[in-house]
Design a protein around this ligand. Structure first.
Ligand SMILES: NC(=O)c1ccc[n+]([C@@H]2O[C@H](COP(=O)([O-])OP(=O)(O)OC[C@H]3O[C@@H](n4cnc5c(N)ncnc54)[C@H](OP(=O)(O)O)[C@@H]3O)[C@@H](O)[C@H]2O)c1
Length: 344
C-alpha cells in the first residue's frame, strides 16, 4: 500500500488538530512530524485534549526544526505571514506543501498587502501557487507543489456562486454575502472578545467595513466569471463551536433555472449536496463532515437567496486540505473524509 509521510506545522491549533484527527484514520498518509510555535517541546497530549496513543506521547517539534527526509508533504496550519516562511523552507527542502493560511490565496502581492495590511514575505512564490477550491481546480491541484487552501468563508460562498457565474445568469449588482460562523473560525489564541461571557447568548457582526476574505471572494469569483465581481460581505460570530452559514442575496435572470444549474454542477460531487427545491441547509447537518450543503429560494423572476453551509474546520480548512492532498497524490478523493455529519 502506498504510504506518504506528512508533517503538520501548527499542530497545536484548531485546524492542525483536525488534520491529526483525519490523518489518523487515513489509509495512505502517515504523520511523521507534529510541530508548534510557543507550545513546542510539550507533549501533544498535554496540549490537545482527547488525543490518543501514539499521538498523545509525541513531543511537539518547533515549526523551524528541519523536516524529516522521508516527509513528502507538509501541511502549514499557521497564522498568515508566519506561514509563508515555513512554506518557503519546506519547498526549498523539496517537499510539496498545502498551506491553510491566506498567504498564497492571492495572485498578486499588492492584493495580499491590501487585504492583510502587511508585505508578502515571499511574493515570488505567488505565481506558482494553485488556489485549491477542489471541485473547480482538480487538474491544477494534481500538478502543483504549492497548494493554497481556500478560506472558510470564500469556500462557503464560492461553491454555490461559481456555477451561477459561469452560467452567466447573474447581473453585475454587488453580491451580498451575509455570513455566520462559530467561534473556532477565529482560532485557538486567547482573545477577550472570544471569552465565554462575550460570546454566549450574543450575535455580532465583525470585520467591517471590509473583512479580508472579501478580496479573496472577489478575486476568485472574477476568475470564474471572466469579469469583475463586487462582493459586500458581512460576517457574524455565533455562540457555537463550529459551523458556517453564508446567505447570498443574488439578482439576475431566469431564477427558475438556478436550482437546476446548481444541481447539475454538483450532481457527481461527493462533498457538495444541492438540497431539493424549497429546502434550506443548516450547520448541524454538515457538522463533522467535509460537506457543503446548498439550498435556494426564489424571490421572483429576478432575485433569489442561496444559502450554503459547511463545517469551517473541515470543508472550510482541514477537510478540504486532505481532499486536495488526495488529489495531489493521485488517491481516491474521498479517502479519510466523512460525508455524513456528526448529528445531532
Ligand atoms: N479556524 C478556522 O476555521 C480556519 C479555517 C480556514 C483557514 N484557517 C487558517 O488556518 C490557519 C490556522 O488556523 P487555526 O484556526 O488552526 O489557528 P490556531 O488555532 O490559532 O493555531 C495556530 C497555530 O499556529 C501557531 N502559531 C501561533 N502564532 C504563531 C506565530 N507567530 N508564528 C508561528 N506559528 C504560530 C500555533 O502554535 P502554538 O500553539 O505553539 O503557539 C498554532 O499551532 C490560519 O492561517 C487561519 O486563518 C482557519
Amino acid at each position: 500500500m502506498q504510504q506518504i509521510d506528512v508533517a503538520i506545522l501548527g499542530a497545536s491549533g484548531y485546524t492542525g488538530a483536525e488534520l491529526i484527527r483525519i490523518l489518523d484514520a487515513h489509509p495512505h498518509f502517515r504523520i511523521v512530524m507534529l510541530a508548534a510555535h510557543s507550545q513546542a517541546g510539550q507533549l501533544a497530549g498535554d496540549v490537545l485534549p482527547g488525543l490518543a496513543s501514539p499521538w498523545r506521547d509525541i513531543k511537539l517539534g518547533h515549526i523551524d526544526d528541519p523536516l524529516p527526509d522521508r516527509c513528502q508533504l507538509v501541511f502549514t496550519a499557521l497564522p498568515h505571514a508566519a506561514a509563508a516562511n515555513s512554506v518557503q523552507r519546506a519547498l526549498a527542502a523539496g517537499k510539496r506543501v498545502i498551506d491553510l493560511s491566506a498567504d498564497f490565496r492571492h495572485r498578486s502581492a499588492e492584493t495580499y498587502q491590501t487585504a492583510y495590511g502587511c508585505e508578502h514575505p515571499h511574493p515570488k512564490l505567488l505565481t506558482e501557487a494553485v488556489y485549491g477550491l477542489s471541485e473547480f481546480a482538480r487538474a491544477r491541484i494534481a500538478a502543483t507543489r504549492l497548494l493554497a487552501n481556500p478560506g472558510c468563508y470564500p469556500t462557503c460562498t464560492l461553491l454555490p456562486l461559481v456555477p451561477l457565474l459561469r452560467a452567466g445568469v447573474l447581473d453585475d449588482a454587488p453580491i451580498i454575502v451575509d455570513a455566520k460562523s462559530g467561534a473556532s473560525g477565529a482560532g485557538r489564541g486567547a482573545k477577550t472578545d472570544l471569552l465565554y461571557c462575550e460570546l454566549n447568548e450574543s450575535v455580532r457582526a465583525y470585520g467591517l467595513p471590509r473583512h479580508r476574505h472579501s478580496w479573496e471572494m472577489e478575486e476568485w469569483a472574477a476568475f470564474h466569471a471572466g469579469r469583475s465581481v463586487r462582493v459586500r460581505f458581512v460576517p457574524h460570530i455565533l455562540p457555537m463551536n463550529r459551523g458556517m452559514l453564508c446567505t447570498l442575496h443574488l439578482s439576475g435572470r431566469d431564477t427558475a433555472k438556478w436550482h437546476e444549474i446548481l444541481h447539475s454542477a454538483f450532481i457527481d460531487e461527493p462533498f457538495v449536496q444541492v438540497l431539493p427545491a424549497g429546502r434550506l441547509p443548516s450547520t448541524t447537518a454538515v457538522k463533522g463532515s467535509n460537506r457543503c450543503d446548498i439550498g435556494i429560494s426564489e424571490l421572483g423572476a429576478h432575485e433569489a437567496v442561496v444559502v450554503s453551509c459547511i463545517d469551517n474546520l473541515l470543508k472550510g480548512a482541514a477537510g478540504q486540505a486532505v481532499q486536495n492532498a488526495n488529489i495531489m497524490f493521485g488517491l481516491e478523493e474521498t479517502l479519510g473524509l466523512a460525508r455524513l455529519p456528526c448529528w445531532p
